[in-house]
Design a protein around this ligand. Structure first.
Ligand code: K7E
Ligand code: CUA
Length: 659
């Protein structure tokens, strides 16, 4: 009762302030100053200054925008199939989506993190998390393709992921939903006893980028929410926010908001690493898929992993400490110096800022107020640098400009609040339209923020764009943060639900983009090295079509002798060796989608005809003036018909018929 009442009062207060705020916000027009347009204008033919990688939320994929223009330049398929280029449909990429539950074609993608060296962006890889079927992906920034996807066992709601340490030693994955280990079948009401949260540390190979779960720390049942690695002096540490330390398993809205404070979980990953190496861990059975795309064979394959090394804090003293943090913290963000750790209590009326120095002193002096399942809980005051008072309502996420300032998104009061790390004074506030989630400053979670722009990713847009029925777009908003006051410059709609984003100077990666794949290095087992090498091969009811594409024809373009019930694989090699000349491939009535084959690459699609007839196929990408001519016919005959296998271009020559 008491709790309900308190929740109600909070809600009323929030509503009152929110309505006040929204009255103020109606004057959106007036907040954009006269020269905003010229500051986001990127003239035709000119490049943007930054790449902005934006998580796709329930779209499962990642989108790439240019800043400051806000122009969408790319969708990178990661966890969801992508009909546009055949990702997840083609024989080469299907295995990327394998899991222990079969092929999972969708996910909820929240956070992105760029690889780092010495705490700075190095422009090598982009990591992405999947919440729903716990996975972490690695995207190569020379070709903007997903190279690797690693499933996370003993996890659910993989939310505090994929944040990285300063040299990308580890990418982390923490459980939002606690679950019993090993997929055990237990009553839900046995949460306290059986449910665990886990923090997985995934090692990343310095050269290849290959990921491996190095160790998994098993924690009491609670909800790990977000995380960030330490920097500089706090290099060895990782900080996770958590909520539901009440350990509720039903009606969390009320039951997980009872305590005044949850925790920031401080993990000394260097210590954990030592414990893992010195045999303090336990290797336990666990099955999870590890999918890798091999550039050489141009094909994804899956290895089913069999075990994982777990660490129990009980066996590993001095590895983990809890820091009380007010009211269901969400973001856990570390400033560029590595000294300040900002917790953002979603329901708190202040922002607590912790000091790494003080945390270390508190540990040394054992300034503890008790323990949580054996993990020492540091006294709040002993860890606290200070509190930002009355920052706004519903603090979620904080980024930094590298000039001693922090910016926190306020979900409930729909604003970004700028405050100073040293004295915790609020310096400026700018409205967002509306209900901002994450914010992003290029490099804003590294040692070296660029400090020029801030992008707010908004959950609700209401009246900001032309209405499109009940489903409205979500949106990003670009602010100039070079002056004392933040200045709104631009709105641009996003794909799916944008959560976190990453931004990096275009100069860091634009000149190392792969323009086409070297056909001489194409080791796809179904490559056709030239038109003369094209063929059609029958093996039982499997038919392999080795096809080439070059402006403006497909070879072979006539195929006969295929029957209902056959499994036909089209392996299309794009022979072009020129930038921006992909060819597409689609065949009539194919339930599978299009392929989009890059120059020098081979891609394959399976087609199982269920009816006799003539099936046209064609290039789907307008590649030349004669693109419309880039087509052919497949003849499908009834099962058992007396039609010999023939293929060719021009007239089908009898000598091409298979023996
Ligand atoms: Cu705040 Cu999933 Cu990072 Cu969204 S989370 S906003
Ligand atoms: Cu090739 Cu159109």
């Amino acid at each position: 009762m008491h709790i309900m009442k308190r929740a109600l009062i909070t809600l009323c207060a929030v509503a009152a302030v929110a309505s006040l705020q929204s009255c103020k916000m109606k004057t959106a027009d007036s907040v954009v100053s006269g020269d905003a347009a010229s500051r986001v204008y990127v003239a035709p033919g000119k490049y943007d200054e930054f790449y902005n990688f934006v998580s796709g939320g329930f779209s499962g994929n990642v989108t790439v925008y240019g800043l400051p223009s806000g122009r969408l330049i790319k969708t990178i398929p990661v966890f969801s199939v992508f009909p546009e280029n055949g990702y997840g449909y083609s024989e080469e990429t299907k295995a990327m989506l394998n899991t222990t539950n079969g092929k999972v074609d969708w996910d909820d993608q929240h956070h992105l993190e760029l690889s780092q060296t010495n705490g700075k962006q190095d422009g090598r890889w982009l990591f992405a998390n999947a919440n729903n079927t716990p996975r972490v992906a690695r995207i190569d920034l020379t070709n903007f393709r997903t190279q690797e996807i690693l499933q996370i066992p003993n996890s659910a709601g993989n939310h505090s992921s994929p944040f990285t340490t300063e040299n990308t030693e580890y990418v982390v994955a923490g459980t939002r939903f606690s679950v019993p280990l090993g997929d055990a079948d237990v009553p839900i009401s046995s949460f306290k006893k059986n449910f665990k949260s886990t923090a997985s540390f995934i090692s990343v190979d310095k050269n290849s980028g290959h990921m491996k779960i190095a160790f998994q720390i098993v924690l009491p049942g609670m909800n790990l929410d977000l995380s960030h690695a330490g920097k500089g002096p706090s290099h060895d540490w990782f900080f996770f926010s958590c909520y539901n330390t009440e350990q509720a398993y039903t009606m969390l809205e009320v039951n997980a908001s009872q305590k005044d404070k949850d925790f920031i979980v401080a993990v000394n990953w260097k210590k954990a690493e030592e414990y893992a190496k010195s045999g303090k861990g336990h290797i336990v059975p666990a099955s999870y898929a590890h999918n890798t795309f091999d550039e050489n064979t141009q094909k994804a394959s899956t290895v089913m992993e069999k075990d994982v090394l777990t660490l129990d804090p009980k066996d590993c003293p001095d590895m983990i400490y809890m820091i009380p943090c007010p009211k269901s913290p969400h973001g856990a963000d570390v400033d560029p110096t590595g000294e300040y750790i900002v917790g953002s209590g979603k329901l708190a009326a202040l922002i607590p800022v912790f000091s790494f120095d003080k945390i270390q002193t508190a540990i040394k002096n054992k300034s503890f107020e008790g323990d949580f399942y054996g993990i020492p809980v540091i006294k709040y005051e002993a860890a606290l640098h200070g509190e930002v008072k009355k920052p706004g309502l519903g603090p979620l996420h904080t980024e930094f400009d590298g000039k001693g300032n922090a910016y926190t998104s306020m979900f409930l009061s729909s604003e970004v609040v700028k405050w100073r790390l040293s004295d915790l004074q609020v310096l400026d506030r700018a409205p967002t339209y509306y209900s901002v989630g994450h914010i992003m400053i290029p490099g804003g979670d590294t040692r070296e923020p660029s400090g020029k722009y801030l992008v707010a990713y908004d959950k609700i847009t209401k009246d900001r764009y032309l209405p499109t029925g009940p489903e409205l777009c979500q949106s990003a908003q670009l602010y100039d943060i070079t002056g004392d006051k933040m200045q709104l410059l631009l709105d641009f709609p996003t794909t799916g639900e944008p959560h976190y984003g990453q931004g990096l100077p275009a100069s860091m990666i634009k000149d190392k983009q792969v323009k086409y794949f070297d056909i001489n290095k194409n080791h796809n087992e179904f490559v056709s090295m030239g038109e003369k090498k094209t063929k059609v091969v029958r093996t039982g009811n499997r038919v392999d079509v080795y096809m080439t594409a070059i402006r403006s024809h497909l070879t072979p373009d006539n195929i006969e002798g295929v029957f209902v019930g056959d499994e036909v694989y089209f392996h299309v090699t794009n022979l072009e060796q020129d930038w921006d000349i992909p060819h597409g491939f689609a065949i009539k009535n194919s339930p599978s989608v299009d392929l989009l084959i890059m120059p020098g690459e081979t891609q394959s699609i399976k087609f199982s005809p269920v009816k006799q007839g003539i099936y046209p196929f064609y290039c789907t990408d307008f590649c030349s003036a004669l693109h419309q001519e880039m087509s052919g016919y497949l003849r499908v005959s009834p099962k058992g018909a007396n039609v010999p296998l023939k293929f060719g271009s021009g007239v089908i020559a009898p000598e091409t018929a298979a023996k």
